[in-house]
Design a binder for this molecule. Sequence first.
Ligand code: SF4
Ligand code: SF4
Length: 575
Amino acid sequence: MTDTPLFAPREPIFPKRVGGFFRRLKWWIMGITLGIYYLTPWIRWDRGPNLPDQAVLVDLANRRFYFFWIEIWPHEFYFVAGLLIMAGLGLFLFTSALGRVWCGYTCPQTVWTDLFLLVERRIEGDRNARIRLWKAPWDARKWRLRVTKWAAWLLISVATGGAWVFYFADAPTLARQLAAFEAPMVAYATIGILTATTFVLGGFLREQVCIYMCPWPRIQGAMMDPGTLTVGYRDWRGEPRGRGSAKRKAVAEETGAQDARVRYGAGVDKDVAAPRQSRTGETLGDCIDCMACVNVCPMGIDIREGQQMECITCALCIDACDDVMAKLGRPRGLIDYLALDDNPPVLPGEHAPVRPMGTDATQGAETGVPAPTAAARPDVDDATTNGAIGVEGRTATAPLAAARPFITEHGEEWRPKPIWKHVFRPRTILYTIAWAAIGIALVVALFVRPEIDLTVSPVRNPTFVTLSDGSIRNAYDVRLRNKHGEAREFELSLTAPGALRVDLEGEGDQSVIVPPDNTWLQRVYVTAPPEDPAAQTERTPFRIWVEDTVSGERAWRDTIFNGRESFDERTGNAG
Ligand code: SF4
Ligand code: SF4
């Protein structure tokens, strides 16, 4: 027996605010996805009388799915199946090209956690203030801040649960019913469950959902390969890490390096935040060990330790490190989107102080390789000249900028593969083709699907009856779907050899009126006179036609007429 606990207690994570290209991109994606989710049920779409005017509606009672001008009936579920397959293939595509880009940018858990963090930061302050508050005793101030935060989270959670139920009923009507406590109990129960899950998952479980509850991190490993772009640390550029000068130390303190100890917990890896390098003249890499990348990470991991299952590739560590590099006047991209197969030719065991070309005045001294002249490297590393973007008020080169050459310690020029070579690979092209093929097939199916839907089922018990005059009669169940908002009259007719006649049960003629937006089941009799070949033949194929008398649209189904020969003389059974 051992006293070691099975589960390590959760260490709270206090992600620091960060600015930059990827942070802004995530804000935009968060705004767009949340906007779509909350507002879509309120979009109106006129479909005519007797049909709902909500643009997106899952009408469970009538078994319909409305999406703007598209209406999916239960028998057309293959459209939904096709969309699900496309969603799955899309995930394969994006994962094989860009790793866990779904997790980092658009997964609801990420989006709502981001929103909750935004609220938390507004109320309790940034990382250091939140850590102080976490450690502080439960006095009046702490209660006030916590209750305010929880109340804001609760409001967001109720809105989230509320928005969900609006997808399943007319939103304005349901909103009025909810306010007057007249809505169905299932609506209140659904809102309650979703409010609770949003509050707990977004507010308290956060990274625990990604690490322990979600299967996706395990599955994604099978979809990624060494050519997949993912967030990584260029250790050959950053190592050996350390703070080698007063300037670097100042930067480290400004970016909150000392806070790293809190993240790792008392007594655990305390020296992570401490300077690892003495100033003995040893050549240092670009990483100043400031911990900015760790402090902004919502998963609380250190990307410098290599690819980890916990990393959701949110790219915030890229922004943080780019910011530091900008302060130091170094090129961005120490942490970057990169592929594992895209490393410079450094021999195993070598700790090569590989340098971006000409970015370090000491390069020649360190590597023995003379630094190239500016004329020989027109595209490199001047933060002010290469597609510069602002990072927290400073200047840094644009993310995913053109690959720059590096000089290895052997004097060889090496540059990372361009981004497009990672994105456009046989595997991703194959996924794209499969994805597009299904999409095109669905669109074609959508536009060629008939307005009249007709199914014909022969009644098998018995397969035929002999009438008093010797005629043979078969029965069929004909299902007609009227997809229009008004009642429609449908007329049935036959294309058949001989003198087959069609009659509708309960109708005086060959037509039937189907109510709006409805499916109508009609028993139909087809009769062959006694001497007709169809009456004498075991199986006679024929065609049932239906015509919309208003629009003139027609549809047909082929079926079989069973004659006398299908009577089994030995057993006395029909068929
Ligand atoms: S932010 Fe960049 S420089 Fe700072 S510790 Fe991380 S990798 Fe090193
Ligand atoms: S290491 Fe952290 S901050 Fe960086 S991409 Fe992964 S989850 Fe995001």
